[in-house]
Design a protein around this ligand. Structure first.
Ligand SMILES: [Zn+2]
Length: 260
């Protein structure tokens, strides 16, 4: 077991997929690099199997926590047995959220009506268990807002937020936080950078979505939690405040939202 101290965390990567097979040959080294920089990690499941793996990782490391849920890509795998499994996992002490859940109309890997039903069921599960939700939204904003207005999660985050400031305000008015990750550093994302300048910092969480969405200067390679500092640096540059302040405030935001 790697020893890490929760009270000393400088950053919290609020969205990682540490169970990904991309880490099978060096997972311990990836985790060690994050801990060396006092980075806490929320590792997020995408189906029942990976949710179990996320919980297993969280139980073995003091500063890793888990989200359990079924991703919209995998919505077609959701049934009563899966719901029972998630409910059991969610009772464990290191589980801090229901997620990753949501809608994805870009890849459409599950039928859209199934995605919507499974998303709503998991929001209701989170509300019943008094857990925040970790939400994925891709090319599905209209239905997303409709569902969130009708089936309000008590707390949660729009992970990998990519919209403009008006959309950010819509999500904030629903009581949600915005997860900002590697895409903030991609040259084409001027609209996102303009939004981040305006979004109140107390609504921002930082994340990697590793192994995906690797920030500049490592873009094109595998992502990992240690790279969350590039996201923090870019937020600091955009807002004209010290990176240490961005790190401190976003870490406190994550602690409050996920009760860690
Ligand atoms: Zn993810």
């Amino acid at each position: 077991m790697l020893i890490s101290d929760s009270s000393k965390l400088v950053f919290i990567d609020t969205h990682a997929h540490l169970d990904s097979s991309d880490y099978n040959h060096d997972r311990a080294a990836v985790i060690a690099r994050a801990f060396a920089e006092n980075i806490g990690i929320i590792t997020v499941g995408v189906d029942l199997y990976s949710s179990r793996e996320a919980v297993r990782l969280a139980e073995r490391h003091r500063t890793i926590w888990a989200g359990v849920g079924v991703h919209p890509h995998d919505a077609k795998t959701f049934d009563e047995g899966v719901e029972r499994g998630l409910r059991e996992l969610a009772q464990k002490g290191k589980v801090v959220a229901i997620g990753e859940i949501g809608l994805d109309y870009y890849r459409d890997l599950s039928p859209r009506d199934t995605q919507r039903e499974v998303f709503i069921e998991q929001i209701e599960l989170a509300n019943e268990l008094e857990l925040p939700v970790i939400i994925h939204n891709r090319e599905s904003t209209k239905d997303m807002l409709g569902i969130l207005r009708k089936h309000r999660p008590k707390r949660g985050v729009i992970h990998s937020f990519l919209g403009d400031y008006a959309l950010a305000q819509e999500f904030i008015s629903l009581g949600l936080h915005l997860g900002i990750g590697g895409p903030l550093t991609f040259p084409k994302n001027e609209v996102l950078r303009a939004a981040v300048k305006e979004i109140p910092i107390d609504r921002i969480l930082v994340e990697t979505d590793c192994p995906y969405l690797t920030p500049v200067p490592h873009r094109g390679k595998r992502n990992e939690p240690a790279y969350v500092r590039y996201v923090v640096d870019e937020i600091a540059r955009l807002k004209g405040i010290p990176a240490a302040e961005v790190a401190a405030v976003t870490t406190e935001n994550a602690r409050q939202l996920f009760e860690i």
